[in-house]
Design a protein around this ligand. Structure first.
Ligand SMILES: [Zn+2]
Length: 73
């Protein structure tokens, strides 16, 4: 069994908060028109974003928010 490394904490206007048990850090992932950014790693290519996208409800909300924040061409 894989040890749980990340835990979902909350989701609000400012982004998604995840607790990283491996690094013992509270990580915030923000949503902007370009996509996602993990404030801990400065990228969207990290385990935190990867973990977040495994949560079906959150992944869905995030996709909608990114879409909504993009200007309509
Ligand atoms: Zn990260």
């Amino acid at each position: 069994m894989v040890k749980k490394r990340c835990e979902f904490i909350s989701h609000d206007m400012n982004g998604i908060k995840i607790f990283d048990h491996q690094n013992k850090a509270l990580v915030t992932i923000t949503i902007n028109p370009k996509g996602l950014e993990c404030q801990h790693c400065g990228t969207d290519q990290c385990q935190h974003v990867e973990f977040m996208l495994t949560l079906p409800d959150i992944a869905k909300t995030v996709r909608q928010k990114i879409k909504a924040s993009r200007p309509i061409n």
